[in-house]
Design a binder for this molecule. Structure first.
Ligand code: T3D
Length: 267
């Protein structure tokens, strides 16, 4: 198939592709998947691989072991050679979040355990979040005298509203999976043992949809935050023109009329 490439491998991230779904697993369970320079580079590499891989139509992001991600590796921070914080953000964290948001393919966050600091930000940057019943969110920045980063101050108010965002960011209260679902931060909570299976079902559903329309929808939703209704209406009209010219749109209509499942090809 055109676009087929060897599946890349990374030291601290597992990258697996099956049935159009790439599963990216943060893989430093002994440190609760805390983010080292190496893990951040691997994660960026994995998301770039998704970008180039025409087989991939949806992504699942999760963590190995009992945590999703504990944020910056605080032990590595003590290394005298560690980059200054602002540099670390500009050179490592921000490109990672930008790459996640730039992907055409939707990302399903399978939040298997605690998501703290920049680990919470990684979860916020996903398009759909599902949490295991044992999962929890913790901003954690305030406790170590830092400002929420990696997009946390941008995503949180948009996801849960300004009042809950301020509470979470300023008081640094842990948020259980159940409460995260109640305030709309995660789409659903499932038993820990069925999280990956359920996340995969959602990813497979996304992978079966029309890729161009999905990518356009992602962009439209994101753009809606910064424009007024008039501009949003015009933006939708432009995007619909693009989606309506795809072969997948014609296939969708044909499948509806023939009472069969559509076979979308991303064209
Ligand atoms: O570059 C920059 O610094 C700028 C960017 C900053 C972005 C950030 O993410 S700042 C926020 C950093 N993260 C944190 O402050 C969270 C620290 N961790 C925790 O608060 C707790 O570990 C958790 C709430 C995540 C989980 O608590 P618990 O009780 O389930 O586990 P634990 O016993 O605290 O941790 C288990 C092990 O993981 C432990 O190691 P040990 O003692 O068994 O050898 C612990 O040290 C290690 N660990 C947990 N979090 C980190 C970590 N090691 C390094 N860095 C961590 N962030």
């Amino acid at each position: 198939m055109p676009g087929d490439r060897p599946t890349p491998s990374f030291e601290t991230v597992r990258y697996e592709v099956a049935d159009g779904v790439a599963t990216i697993t943060l893989d430093r369970p002994e440190a609760l998947n805390a983010l080292t320079v190496g893990l951040k580079a691997d994660l960026l590499g994995a998301f770039r691989a998704v970008d180039r891989d025409l087989r991939v139509r949806a992504v699942v992001l999760t963590g190995a072991g009992r945590a999703f991600c504990a944020g910056q590796d605080l032990k590595e921070r003590l290394d005298p050679g560690a980059a200054p914080l602002a540099v670390e953000l500009r050179e490592r964290y921000n490109p990672l979040i930008r790459q996640m948001r730039a992907l055409d393919q939707p990302i399903v966050g399978a939040i298997n355990g605690v998501a703290a600091g920049a680990g919470a930000s990684l979860a916020f940057a996903c398009d759909v979040r599902m949490a295991a019943d044992v999962a929890a969110f913790r901003l954690a920045f305030g406790r170590i005298g830092l400002v929420p980063d990696s997009g946390a101050t941008w995503f949180l108010p948009r996801l849960v509203g300004p009042a809950r965002a301020a509470e979470l960011a300023l008081l640094d209260e842990p948020l259980s999976a159940a409460e995260a679902a109640r305030i709309g931060l995660v789409a659903r909570v499932v038993a820990a043992e069925s999280l990956m299976a359920e996340a995969r079902v959602v990813a497979l559903r996304l992978a079966a949809l029309a890729p161009v329309a999905l990518a356009l929808t992602k962009r439209a939703l994101e753009r809606s935050w910064s424009v007024d209704l008039d501009a949003a209406l015009e933006d939708e009209a432009w995007r619909q023109g693009v989606a309506g010219a795809t072969a997948d749109h014609a296939e969708g209509i044909a499948a509806f009329l023939e009472k069969r499942q559509p076979r979308f090809r991303g064209e």
